[in-house]
Ligand binder design. Structure first.
Ligand code: NAD
Ligand code: 6OH
Length: 486
């Protein structure tokens, strides 16, 4: 069994008193790692190390020197690609092709792309007129914000963590990362990469543990943390925002969603089926951008439901290393309980179960894993809880609609506003509907396709702020205004 330790000031350390917790495999519920749980003293040590590095080694580097080192991090992740794939597969149980083609490569890219952004970004400067005719030069400079607390979820652990750590470090900040208790391994492994590449001690720190009364709360409450970036549930975001209010610290939040898929009758039918299938079931439905509400224009409704049902019934459950498997378990037994509670509620609230709704029969070696069937419902009222609340599982409700206005109103009738996917061959309509849906990111005839330089984030209760490209700089830097009288 593996031992996963905290990474503080360039060293792997146990917590004082040796507190540990278990990480269980989602595949079979067996304990696969013992994690050292950071208490307040370890979090304090990590924050102190991060503060010291800010002033000394990291703070003293030029942008070019930092950029070189971040390129080194990206290259070293690529060199150790298999180790990262293996660690992430062990934590999440997801099929290896998703790790190989999206999650791990994008993790490496998060260091390279933000190094390029910081290298090429300009800041404003103005030559001002003054009454005495001599003028003034007024310009803005971007400074690091300080020590950034990075609190992460488990659904795409490495990609989502590096999407924060990459730009934070590129901007000259130092970080204290609190990975999810369900997915600690890739954050821990990244410490080895930092040391190999020669990132100064204390720039990248990792503390393990849970949320309340544990490492998550200790990081977000620590007065030495200057700003907090968080991805996770909206409810947790509310708790973290309260912690950040003390000391007036800035927050960046990527939160929950209840995303709509809108399928017009004039779409490319096969492409829409493939797109909605991926958006509802990829990563066993544990993607913040996933579609849990599908609206289909009435003339193609029945055909659409049957085609999606056929695809959902063809998933192949299995271990990540099995090349035939394309469908993994949920992250944990606890999360499975939550998802299954919605499967029950859907029936109680009057759904027609088109497919799924339960637990698949698994071979004996996987019988204790967190498996659920991909599930499709029709017939629920618009205010039924499985239609309104984020489930974060492989399930969706499909409802017919008759007009563009009706479907825009349905899509917008939710507290969340993260993303939408629209399927139509009428591009004017695609643009029109995209402008009317109240979300941070909209895809037309696609899903989960984004250049890392563009802004990402949620509207309404799906988030605060935008990250990606130059937009990350707004959060990870403090802009100062300097005016020099000439
Ligand atoms: P979560 O909110 O339960 O946990 C996220 C992290 O916060 C974990 O590291 C946890 O230990 C920590 N935490 C929990 N309570 C805390 C507290 N009081 N103080 C400080 N830290 C605390 O979320 P999750 O279950 O890990 O992830 C799933 C959720 O994340 C879903 O709601 C999903 O929509 C959301 N998500 C959003 C995005 C996005 O970009 N908008 C991306 C991925 C996931
Ligand atoms: C995961 O839940 C969401 C990830 C989104 C992206 O990585 C992206 O770049 O759009």
């Amino acid at each position: 069994m593996r031992l996963i330790q905290n990474f503080i000031n360039g060293e792997y350390l146990d917590a004082a008193g040796g507190r540990r917790f278990d990480k269980r495999s989602p595949l079979d519920n067996k304990v696969i790692a013992s994690i050292s749980e950071a208490g307040a003293p370890e979090v304090d040590a990590a924050v102190r190390a991060a503060r010291a590095a800010l002033k000394d080694e990291w703070g003293a580097l030029t942008t070019d020197q930092r950029v070189e080192l971040l390129y080194g991090v990206a290259n070293e992740i690529t060199r150790r690609f298999e180790d990262f794939v293996e660690a992430e597969m062990a934590d999440t149980g997801q099929p290896s092709h998703v790790m190989r083609h999206v999650f791990i490569p994008r993790g490496a890219a998060n260091f390279k792309v933000f190094a390029d952004v910081i290298k090429n970004v300009a800041s404003e400067s103005f030559q001002m007129a003054t009454p005495d005719g001599r003028g003034a030069l007024n310009y803005a400079v971007r400074m690091p914000k300080g020590v950034i607390g990075v609190v992460c979820p488990w659904n795409a652990p490495f990609m989502l963590m590096t999407w924060k750590v990459g730009p934070a470090m590129a901007c000259g900040n130092t970080v204290v990362v609190k990975p999810s208790e369900e997915s600690p391994q890739t954050a821990a492994l990244l410490g080895e990469v930092m040391n190999t590449v020669g990132i100064p001690k204390g720039v990248y720190n990792v503390v393990h543990g849970f949320g309340p009364d544990s490492a998550g709360e200790f990081v977000t409450r620590h007065p030495g943390v200057d700003a907090i970036t968080f991805t996770g549930e909206t409810r947790t975001g509310t708790a973290i925002m309260k912690a950040a209010a003390e000391g007036m610290r800035d927050v960046s939040f990527e939160l929950g969603g209840k995303n709509a898929g809108i399928v017009f009758a004039d779409c490319d039918f096969d492409a829409a089926i493939e797109g909605i299938y991926r958006s509802a079931f990829l990563n066993t439905g544990q993607v913040c951008l996933g579609t849990e509400r599908v609206y289909v224009e009435r003339p193609i409704f029945e055909r659409f439901v049957q085609a999606l049902k056929a695809k959902a019934e063809a998933v192949r459950y299995g271990r990540p290393e099995n090349p035939d498997a394309n469908f993994g378990p949920l992250i944990s037994q606890e999360h499975r309980e939550k998802v299954l509670s919605y499967y029950r509620k859907a029936v109680e609230e009057g759904a027609t179960v088109v497919t799924g709704g339960g637990v698949p029969d698994m071979p004996a070696d996987l019988a204790d894993g967190a498996w659920v069937q991909p599930t499709i419902w029709t017939g629920l009222a618009d205010d039924a809880s499985p239609v309104r609340e984020e489930i974060f599982g492989p399930c969706c409700h499909i409802r017919p609609f008759d007009s563009e206005d009706e479907v825009v109103n349905l899509a917008n009738d939710n507290i969340y506003g993260l993303s939408t996917t629209i399927w139509t061959n009428n591009l004017a309509r695609g643009h029109r509907v995209a402008a009317r849906v109240e979300v941070g990111i909209t895809w037309v005839n696609s899903w989960f396709l984004r250049d890392l330089r563009t802004p990402f984030g949620g509207s309404k209760q799906s988030g605060i702020g935008r990250e990606g490209g130059v937009h990350s700089l707004e959060f990870y830097t403090e802009t100062r205004n300097i005016c020099v009288k000439l």
